[in-house]
Ligand binder design. Structure first.
Ligand code: ATP
Ligand code: MG
Length: 558
């Protein structure tokens, strides 16, 4: 059913463009790219771009490049290169050996600039950055031409070479494209394409002291790699005329085409690098991969799967107008993905002892239970049962309201996969906290015994005390106070939710959990999906992140 519906979904506007280009022969074989700047960790928005570009290459039998757009030496770090490669691979976007660095094209970019100078399409300008700004004009007034605009080709070639040879200080001279100071598009008013910057670059060291500007470099990178469709986000729409100018003036035979789509935004979620950095630096979160964040490494650590992220970005769709998705949709996607994949476990997060007074003191038995009732392929397991159990504190009430069907004095419930028990009493400490609950069991009611007697309305989960494994569970809420929204309008800070992390150190899980490895995922019945934490979990002290609870108000859009 679901598949049928998905196949009927009409093609997005980028697919329509590509199919037209293929049909008309202006594109022979599709090549896309993901071009991150290695200046931070990737987040869910980048995942959309990665999966979109990779998906298009797959769909049209083309190629997909991972290219580091590392032309700005001030902000970039090798640390980020490694994390980005790991994230792209994890998402399943296989770039094979098509890994490129824009900084390897500096020589070709330099030659491209020389070509423009020779064509009379670029000039060296001595105006200061402030003067360039004031000469630029405004949206309503045209700009003023630079007094250096009419330098001869020979003079420009010499000055540009001098720039390259380190003869000028930063900001002393720039190379500008000669386009049109009266253009209604500010990006076309003789934009700067090369600047002097005496800064070491993480890849090329001190080889260069001039660096190309993004708008000049990017189309060249695309053209060199044979990218056919250069997909970027909407803020570059106004830069497209410059992109087209660069590839036209450089006379590339197969010029790439820029296509813009709307960024992915998540309601009440922090995605901006600047803000995540703030949270990391102020130690409000445990690094870039804190499970409350939506960087790819954080989502992975929390327990999201590549499949769930892919499903999510597909549901978000591709469009030209900004829209905001709900985190609840991402939660829907992970629940749906894990529902059949994960083994289910009984885990008690807030334990209180339940003692079965009529169960023999030293006896233990093993019950046969399916690992996942909805997926028999996961097989069966043994669950130990004994006289003393742990149950969750909220499954017992001394004075229950109406419609409370769990344990209370006199009431009978089913212990999941085991027997019926009837509550006979309980004990409290001096502060009024329940310390233990007493009950009796009915041996006739053993699960799977064919018992067809009386019915009970409540079923609760439990863990046998003797064999229980003590673990830590971390429960998460949005790090943002959703009532107030992400940003505090007065001082630009973030509105944080003080309850975004709850650490429960005294949880008990059935022994089948032993041996769980980082990233292993389970459904703790009635509690949610949990994932073994990669940073803090140890074989003898397991730590679990709650990926998502089981309850959902989200409905898949029709
Ligand atoms: P941010 O400012 O959010 O960290 P960025 O745009 O600075 O992101 P880049 O490394 O420049 O990050 O982006 C790499 C690619 O990812 C670009 O093609 C960019 O358009 C795309 N991208 C970035 N953010 C999003 C988003 N929210 N949704 C979709 N694509 C995005
Ligand atoms: Mg950027």
């Amino acid at each position: 059913m679901e598949q049928e519906r998905e196949e009927k979904v009409s093609k997005n506007f980028i697919e329509q463009i590509i199919e037209k280009d293929l049909a008309e022969g202006t594109c022979k074989a599709v090549c896309t790219r993901f071009p991150p700047e290695p200046n931070g960790y990737l987040h869910i928005g980048h995942a959309k771009s990665i999966l979109l570009n990779y998906g298009l290459a797959q769909k049209y039998g083309g190629k997909f490049n991972l290219r580091f757009d590392d032309t700005n030496p001030t902000k970039e770090k090798t640390e980020f290169v490694e994390s980005i490669i790991a994230d792209v691979k994890w998402l399943g976007a296989d770039f094979e050996d098509r890994l490129f660095f824009a900084s390897n094209y500096f020589e070709q970019m330099y030659e491209a600039a020389v070509k423009l100078i020779k064509k009379g399409k670029a000039f060296v300008c001595d105006l200061s950055p402030e003067e360039i700004r004031s000469y630029r004009g405004t949206l309503t007034e045209p700009g003023k031409e630079s007094p250096y605009r009419d330098r001869t080709v020979e003079e420009n070639l010499q000055l540009f070479e001098n720039m390259k040879n380190g003869m000028y200080a930063d900001g002393e001279k720039v190379l500008r494209a000669k386009i049109d100071m009266a253009s209604p598009n500010m990006n076309m008013r003789d934009p700067v394409i090369y600047r002097v910057a005496h800064i070491s670059h993480h890849n090329t060291g001190d080889e260069w002291c001039i660096y190309p500007m993004y708008d000049f470099a990017h189309p060249i990178e695309d053209a060199i790699e044979g990218v056919t469709h250069s997909i970027c986000t909407l803020e570059f729409e106004d830069h497209r005329p410059l992109y087209d100018w660069v590839v036209r003036e450089l006379e590339y035979e197969q010029p790439p085409k820029q296509i813009e789509f709307a960024k992915l935004y998540l309601n009440n979620v922090v995605t901006g690098k600047r803000y995540i950095k703030q949270l990391v630096e102020k130690e409000i979160v445990d690094g870039w991969d804190d499970p409350r964040l939506v960087s790819i490494s954080a989502l992975r650590r929390r327990g999201f799967t590549p499949e769930s992220i892919k499903r999510f970005v597909e549901l978000c769709g591709v469009s030209k107008s900004d829209s905001v998705a709900d985190y609840a949709m991402l939660e829907y996607c992970i629940r749906d993905d894990l529902k059949l994949k994960c083994a289910r476990m009984m885990a008690v997060l807030d334990p209180v002892k339940l003692i079965i007074d009529n169960y023999p003191e030293d006896q233990m038995e093993e019950l046969d239970v399916e690992r996942n009732l909805e997926n028999p392929e996961l097989g069966m397991k043994k669950v130990p049962f004994g006289r003393e159990l742990y149950i969750d504190r909220e499954d017992f009430m001394e004075n229950p309201p109406k419609k409370y069907f769990r344990l209370f004095p006199g009431n009978e419930v089913r212990l999941m996969g085991a027997y019926f028990v009837r509550c006979t009493g309980f004990e409290k400490d001096a502060d009024g906290n329940v310390t233990e609950i007493h009950c009796t069991y009915d041996p006739e009611t053993k699960c799977g015994s064919g018992f067809t007697g009386r019915k009970v309305k409540g079923t609760i989960h439990w863990v046998a005390a003797k064999t229980a494994v003590q673990v830590e569970a971390r429960l998460y809420e949005n790090i943002i106070d959703e009532e107030k929204g992400v940003y505090n309008k007065e001082d630009g800070s973030m509105n944080l939710n003080p309850n975004s992390l709850t650490v429960l150190k005294n949880c008990f899980v059935e022994p089948a959990i032993l041996g769980a490895e980082p990233y292993d995922k389970f459904q703790f019945v009635r509690q949610g999906f949990f994932c073994v934490d990669v940073k803090d979990s140890r074989p003898d002290a397991l730590v679990f992140n709650r990926i998502v609870s089981l309850k959902s108000s989200f409905k898949l859009p029709k």
